[in-house]
Design a protein around this ligand. Structure first.
Ligand SMILES: *Cc1c(COP(=O)(O)O)cnc(C)c1O
Length: 359
């Protein structure tokens, strides 16, 4: 079995820190600076976020996306509420019950929908199914932009969802772990897929787009952020040396570096899709962000893993997920596609030599 590659397609959080974030962190590493977010770097990062979103908003820097989502939903809902989300959503599948735990008992209600998206009809159906006292009151909907399967809600789709949510009196949370990728794809301004389409609270991802750690939790609905600093502190999400969490945001928000890298990883994914399609392979979802979902039989999966490539092979029905990162190169993609071409042309079978189902 070949040694692992320097870069792989397993997840955009396997990539390191982009130079701009690292430099900003180094520059912040001077002298003594006020703790717990009362420093100038944190103030500047919050101002930059207000600038790029073109609105007044409250911003909190949180260590992980799981915590950002969980604490946001806890601030938006009562323990007797429910939150509508997609069956494939991160809050449902990958947060170990964090939202329900921090929410003190609220329930997630899942809805399915094509391409990882919730439709207004499904939202309405689910919200109106039970409205009696014995069922948890539907309080919010959580949308993931870009979605867990690498698609992107268009502005029109978000407007339609906003209209339904507002008819149903629901707050809107957006899990934007890959929000930057969605902005890059839609070539819109950040406000057009956030507060202008009714998003009350946005978990704006930094980690997967080239930062070391940290997500920005943005309250466009400032009423919901009342006493949020206590919730953060209690959960252990008030960073003491906050400058190291916030300064990298200054580094990537300046000069649109965050968009540059999002575009780059999206472009790599498009290039990867084209290469794999040219080999006759089937792509499972439209490639609209930085992920490619590929149908692959076990022989091909095993052969690629044997060659030292890494990717998730857990997608049901013989699928695998290939994530591109801010540092994915054309050469990485070329090498992957050429290895795949060799493998397809051969009868090599490594199924007994590698372990499938890594997830
Ligand atoms: C990665 C990711 C998160 C954040 O996960 P953490 O590991 O907790 O930082 C949240 N939502 C989605 C859709 C993600 O892909």
């Amino acid at each position: 079995m070949q040694s692992p590659r320097e870069r792989n397609f397993i997840s955009d959080n396997n990539a390191g820190i982009c130079p701009e974030a690292l430099t900003a962190m180094e520059q912040a590493n001077q002298g003594h600076v006020a703790a717990y977010g009362t420093d100038q770097y944190t103030a500047e990062a919050c101002d930059l976020i207000r600038q790029i979103f073109e609105t007044d908003c409250e911003v909190f820097f949180i260590f992980s996306g799981t915590a950002a989502n969980s604490l946001a939903l806890a601030a938006m809902c009562q323990p007797y509420h429910s939150v509508i989300c997609h069956t494939m959503s991160h809050i449902q599948n990958d947060e170990c019950g964090g939202p329900e735990f921090f929410g003190g008992g609220f329930k997630l209600l899942t809805v399915s929908g094509p391409n990882g998206k919730i439709t207004p009809e499904a939202l309405k159906r689910t919200a109106q199914k039970r409205t009696d006292l014995h069922f948890p009151k539907v309080g919010a909907v959580s949308l993931t932009e870009a979605t867990e399967v690498g698609t992107v809600y268009s502005i029109l789709e978000l407007e339609a969802l906003r209209s339904s949510a507002s008819d149903l009196n629901l707050l809107i949370h957006m899990d934007g772990a890959r929000f930057a990728n969605a902005v890059a794809t839609l070539q819109c301004s950040p406000k057009e897929i956030s507060w202008k389409v009714g998003v009350d609270v946005l978990s704006f991802g930094g980690t997967k787009n080239g930062m070391a750690v940290g997500e920005a939790l943005i309250f466009f609905n400032k009423d919901l952020s009342r006493e949020f600093e206590y919730r953060c502190k209690q959960a252990g999400h008030l960073s003491s040396k906050m400058r190291y969490l916030s300064a990298p945001w200054v580094g990537v928000l300046k000069e649109d570096t965050w968009l540059k890298y999002a575009k780059k990883s999206n472009t790599s994914a498009g290039y990867l899709r084209d290469g794999l399609k040219s080999l006759g392979l089937k792509i499972l979802f439209p490639v609209e962000a930085n992920g490619v979902f590929l149908q692959l039989d076990e022989r091909l999966m095993a052969g690629m893993l044997y060659r030292g490539w890494k990717f998730y092979d857990f997608i049901p029905a013989g699928g695998c997920r290939l994530m591109c990162s801010w540092d994915t190169t054309r050469e990485d993609v070329d090498q992957f596609v050429s290895d795949m071409a060799d493998l397809i042309a051969s009868d090599e079978d490594r199924r007994d030599e590698v372990e499938l189902l890594q997830h």
